[in-house]
Ligand binder design. Structure first.
Ligand code: DAH
Length: 339
């Protein structure tokens, strides 16, 4: 028994000293001291030892266990330290390396301009609504008093899906959709994407954005339209901005006008931005045509209204003095990062 114990102890010490990892060490521990381990089975053999020898053998077993445990712990510390040192060596921090910047995205310049614009109109009590980009001819043209043979309906201007369904060429169809619901009064703003069969250049794109406005109520006059546009222009382009209404033609408004604002770059003196005129054109507008009201189910004898359409890219380019619309769509980070 004694010889067996000391041989076991010798073998155990050799195995422990050769262990290379904490896992290997743990396996050794289990195989020696575990429930089915070598030392445990020695203990089970105690019943065969003569009674008078049992205390001495028992003590030897305990000593062996204590010695093995002590060596296991010593070896565990050695391995743990070695692992830590290796880790430290591999994880050297080079304090001279440049830091990693967290990149946060931000709104597209078009979106910034739209948010600014919406804020002003929401402040005046407007509701922002959206309409479909794939639209019926009926809303895009017919209900807006754009007849069958109107040049805007030419296939060169419009992307047709079927004879009656197309990609909307303007946000104005939202006017007809809202009026048709019959809910009064109307005070809406409708931004969105529009499509025209245009070649890409510095001021054209087959897909761009407009913001439509519509107000219908009892007693709405041209003075309301002028006051509203003037107020928005002052808040959007600056308090010194003046507006000028130039007579124009749109099929769905009568009278119609185009609006110019005093150049916010030169204040109206004339510069490169306004091509020397001191004025910059920003939108189309007018009083809703009685025929349009009637076709959309509203009695023009009782109600009147005004509408306007703003080209979003146009005011974005103006506001940020960008001279090429393509920059807004190319997604070049060097450009977008400037906003
Ligand atoms: N829809 C017009 C266009 O695309 C813009 C426009 C002009 C909208 C006058 C209006 C308006 O609501 O009253 O050219």
């Amino acid at each position: 028994m004694k010889e067996k114990l000391s041989a076991m102890r010798q073998a155990a010490f050799e195995r422990i000293e050769q262990a290379k990892s904490l896992e290997a060490l743990n396996d050794i521990k289990v195989s020696l001291l575990g429930k089915k381990g070598e030392l445990t089975s020695v203990l089970k053999g105690m019943k065969d030892v003569a009674p008078e020898e049992r205390p001495a053998v028992g003590q030897m077993v305990n000593e062996t266990r204590a010695a093995i445990e002590e060596l296991l712990e010593k070896e565990r510390k050695v391995i743990a330290r070695r692992i830590r040192e290796e880790k430290m060596k591999n994880e050297v921090i080079d304090v001279t390396l440049p830091g990693k910047k967290k990149m946060t995205g931000h709104r597209h310049p078009n979106q910034i301009a739209l948010d600014d614009l919406e804020r002003v109109f929401i402040g005046m009590g407007y509701e922002v609504v959206e309409g479909p980009e794939v639209e019926y001819d009926k809303y895009n043209f017919e209900l807006l008093n754009i007849p069958e043979n109107h040049p805007a309906k030419d296939e060169q201007d419009t992307f047709y899906i079927t004879k009656d369904i197309l990609l909307r060429t303007q946000t104005s169809p939202v006017q007809a959709r809202i009026m048709e619901t019959g809910r009064m009064p109307i005070r809406i703003l409708s931004p969105g994407r529009v499509f025209r069969s245009d070649e890409v250049d510095a001021t054209h794109s087959p897909s761009f954005h407009q913001v439509e406005g519509l107000v219908v109520d009892k007693g709405i006059t041209l003075a309301d339209l002028k006051g509203t546009i003037d107020q928005w222009a002052k808040e959007f382009f600056g308090p010194d901005t003046k507006t000028k209404f130039r007579p124009h033609h749109f099929p769905f408004t009568e009278p119609s006008a185009e609006v110019d604002v005093t150049c916010f770059k030169c204040g109206g003196k004339g510069c490169r931005m306004c091509k020397g005129s001191g004025w910059i054109e920003i939108l189309g507008c007018g009083m809703v045509h009685p025929k349009v009201l009637k076709d959309c189910g509203i009695d023009p004898e009782v109600y009147s209204g005004f509408a306007f359409g703003i080209g979003l890219e146009r005011i974005t380019l103006l506001k940020y003095e960008i001279d090429d619309m393509r920059l807004l769509y190319e997604n070049d980070k060097r450009f977008l990062d400037q906003f």
